[in-house]
Design a protein around this ligand. Structure first.
Ligand code: ZN
Length: 166
């Protein structure tokens, strides 16, 4: 069983911007391990700390090259456009074609405190953009156009009604 349950759409923790990590200690290392386990089990290609209820600025990701953690991530440059059918572990079962920059330059630090500096494109860039949105308290819903959003909110509303039905 996964270490964490993933917070779902409607949980206020997903709307709160996270706080920078000041110290990398054993607790943080354990948190990262458990987040990776949770991401793999979901399965997903990225997971932000606030998706498991922890208000810290870090995410884990794995796009098939092994899991990595990025602490205090920041996109310092982005360019181009790329459309990708994007989903979110906090809004399961739904996805939309979303246009975002196709290339990003990401900086942060790893679990050993070393600087991370990655020029990413396509899927890797998309994961970075998506997870950093989470860390800023922004959900995929806010990246939809008006029609997509109206449909999405209708589905989510119906789901929450089903959830409270006896
Ligand atoms: Zn997400």
């Amino acid at each position: 069983m996964a270490a964490f349950s993933i917070r779902q759409y409607g949980d206020p923790v997903l709307r709160q911007p996270t706080q920078e990590v000041e110290e990398i200690d054993g607790r943080l290392v354990r948190l990262v391990e458990e987040m990776i386990e949770t991401m793999h089990e979901a399965p997903g290609s990225g997971l932000a700390a606030n998706q498991v209820g922890v208000q810290r600025r870090l995410f884990v990701y794995d796009i098939g090259k092994g899991p990595r953690a990025v602490i205090n991530p920041r996109i310092v440059e982005s360019s181009g456009e790329w459309t990708y059918e994007e989903g979110c572990l906090s809004i399961p079962g739904l996805s939309w074609p979303i246009v975002r920059p196709g290339r990003v330059h990401l900086v942060g630090i790893d679990l050993d405190g070393n600087e991370i500096d990655i020029e990413a494109d396509e899927l890797e860039a998309r994961v970075f953009e998506h997870e950093i949105d989470h860390l800023d308290g922004i959900l995929l819903i806010e990246r939809l156009d008006e029609d997509q959003r109206r449909q999405a909110l209708k589905v989510l509303r119906e789901r929450s009604l089903e959830a409270v039905r006896p």
